[in-house]
Write a protein that binds this ligand. Structure first.
Ligand code: ADP
Ligand code: X2W
Length: 262
C-alpha cells in the first residue's frame, strides 16, 4: 500500500458548512491513495469558551489551557469538531472513523510547559491502529486531543499533531488553512520557503501567530522526513483538486533546500 497522504484541516472551515461539504466531497473522491485527516477547530473552542463566559489567550500561537478548561476544549475538539468532520465525510459515502491522538496509543503526549496549562507536545507512537483502519479502507479523522502517560487529557496544536502523525506514516504532509499559503509583506503568496527564509520572515513579523507555529511545524517535519511539506488553503476547490492529484500548490516548505518532490 502507498503511504497515506496526511492532511491537516484547520481554521474557520468548521463554521462554513458549504466549504466543509465541498472539501469532504473532494476528499471522499480520492480512491487511488489512502488518506488520514488530522484536524483543529480553534474556532469551535473559542466560541464554546466565549459562550461559557471564559476568556482564552494565546502565547506564541498556542492556546493557554487552564486545567479547569481542558474538559471544555476536549468537548469542542474531540467532540464537536471531530464528529462534524466525520459526519461530513460519511455523508459523502466514505467510512470515516473519528479518533483522538491517544486512541490505540497513536501518539505520545507530554506536558509542553506549565505556563500553558494542559497543553501537550506530541510524538509519534504506535501506528498499528491506523494501519489496520487503512487496510480496511476506513478514513481516519484524528482530533488534536492527546492522552498523557499520566492519564491526563492534553490540548495539542493541530499542526504539531499532524506532524507527529506524518512522521509516523512517512507519507506526504499537507497543512490546509483559511489562507492560500504563506503570504509575504504585500500579501502575495510565497511559493517556496526554506529554513533561512522562514526564519527571516518570522523575525521580521511577516509570519506570525498561528502561521509561525505552522511554518515551524512544517520545517520540523520536512527535515525529519526529508521531504517537502505543503501549506495550502481549503477555500480554492481547483487548487485542492490539483493538490490531491499530486501537484504542489500553495507554499512548499523545504527545510534543507535539496528535496524536490511533494
Ligand atoms: N505570513 C503569513 N501568511 C499567511 N497567514 C499568516 C501570516 N502570518 C500570520 N498569518 C495568520 O495565520 C493564520 C493561519 O494560521 P492559523 O489561524 O493558526 O490557521 P489554522 O487555524 O488553519 O491552523 C492566517 O489566517 C493569518 O491570519
Ligand atoms: C495548544 C493549542 O493551541 N491548541 C489548539 C488546538 C486546535 C487547533 O490547532 O485548531 P486550528 O488548527 O483550527 O487552529 C487550540 O486550542 O486552538
Amino acid at each position: 500500500m502507498l503511504e497515506p497522504i496526511v492532511l491537516k484541516l484547520g481554521g474557520a472551515i468548521f463554521e462554513n458548512e458549504t466549504a466543509l461539504a465541498n472539501l469532504c466531497q473532494a476528499l471522499a473522491s480520492v480512491q487511488e491513495r489512502p488518506l488520514v485527516l488530522v484536524h483543529g477547530g480553534g474556532v469551535i473552542v473559542e466560541s464554546l469558551l466565549a459562550h461559557l463566559g471564559l476568556v482564552s489567550e494565546k502565547i506564541e500561537g498556542l492556546r493557554v489551557t487552564p486545567h479547569t478548561q481542558i474538559d471544555y476544549v476536549t468537548g469542542a475538539l474531540a467532540g464537536t469538531a471531530n464528529k462534524k468532520l466525520t459526519a461530513a465525510i460519511l455523508r459523502q459515502g466514505r467510512a470515516a472513523v473519528g479518533l483522538c491522538l491517544g486512541d490505540g496509543g497513536l501518539c505520545r503526549v507530554t506536558e509542553l510547559d506549565a505556563k500553558f496549562g494542559a497543553v501537550g507536545q506530541c510524538d509519534s507512537g504506535d501506528p498499528e491502529l491506523l494501519s489496520t483502519l487503512l487496510e480496511q479502507h476506513y478514513l481516519p479523522v484524528i482530533s488534536s486531543i492527546g492522552i498523557g502517560d499520566d492519564g491526563q487529557l492534553y490540548n495539542v496544536n493541530a499542526d504539531q499533531a499532524a506532524v507527529a502523525i506524518g512522521k509516523m506514516l512517512q507519507g506526504p504532509l499537507v497543512l490546509l488553512s483559511d489562507v492560500p499559503g504563506v503570504l509575504d509583506e504585500n500579501g502575495q503568496l510565497i511559493e517556496s520557503l526554506d529554513q533561512s527564509q522562514a526564519e527571516q520572515l518570522m523575525a521580521s513579523g511577516t509570519i506570525h501567530g498561528g502561521m509561525a507555529v505552522k511554518v515551524k511545524a512544517a520545517l520540523d517535519a520536512s527535515e525529519a522526513m526529508q521531504q517537502v511539506v505543503i501549506l495550502a488553503g481549503w477555500k480554492d476547490a481547483d487548487a485542492l483538486a490539483k493538490l490531491l492529484m499530486g501537484e504542489s500548490v500553495g507554499t512548499t516548505v523545504n527545510a534543507t533546500n535539496t528535496i524536490e518532490k511533494y
